[in-house]
Design a protein around this ligand. Structure first.
Ligand code: ZN
Length: 182
């Protein structure tokens, strides 16, 4: 849960970071940046600011903005009926991203999930993404990522996104964001 003021502030911060990338965006697109706090109310630590540019029955294109050291928590995109689940490419556009998926765990990770939630993070194979670097996750594969100290902007190119169906190992997480007065 976040307040309307927190929401508006986060959206403005995200728009400023997007401006730094030089990506051409319409003013009305900046008005619909989604602020996801994953229902934890700890937006600075766990959250993501997401601008969905395309989401059809087949493809999705999103820009994901992370504030400095902000973590997009571990999740996967499950199969749904006949749909095998979202396959997703994460491509760094600006800043640095510490990204984790299945495979051999790194000994000294550069990314640090919020300490009180660390036990819910299970993926520790590390990729450090700089602008122009990308990684592809097959459907149903857990992954998470964190911005470096300056924040980050990345692209998410994927098959159809059904965000509310994403699966999170952290039982306290819910994908929707509740915004309250204040
Ligand atoms: Zn994902």
């Amino acid at each position: 849960m976040i307040t309307r003021t927190e929401f508006n502030t986060a959206r403005k911060r995200a728009a400023l970071l997007l401006e730094k990338t030089g990506i051409s965006l319409q003013p009305e697109e900046l008005e619909r940046i989604e602020v996801a706090d994953f229902s934890l109310g700890e937006l600075e630590q766990t959250g993501a600011e997401i601008l969905t540019l395309v989401n059809t029955e087949k493809i999705a294109v999103k820009l994901i903005v992370l504030f400095p050291n902000q973590t997009l928590p571990e999740h996967k995109h499950p199969s749904l009926g006949n749909y095998p689940g979202k396959e997703e490419a994460i491509r760094c556009e600006w800043g640095v991203i510490y990204l984790y998926g299945p495979g051999k765990p790194v000994l000294e990770p550069k990314g640090h999930p919020p300490g009180h939630r660390k036990r819910t993070y299970t993926m520790w194979r590390e990729e450090v993404l700089y602008p122009g670097d990308q990684v592809i996750f097959p459907p149903n594969t857990f992954h998470w990522f964190q911005a470096g100290p300056e924040g980050a902007v990345c692209w998410s190119y994927s098959t159809k996104a059904v965000d509310l169906q994403d699966v999170f190992p952290d039982p306290e997480i819910q994908r929707g964001t509740v915004i309250v007065d204040g």
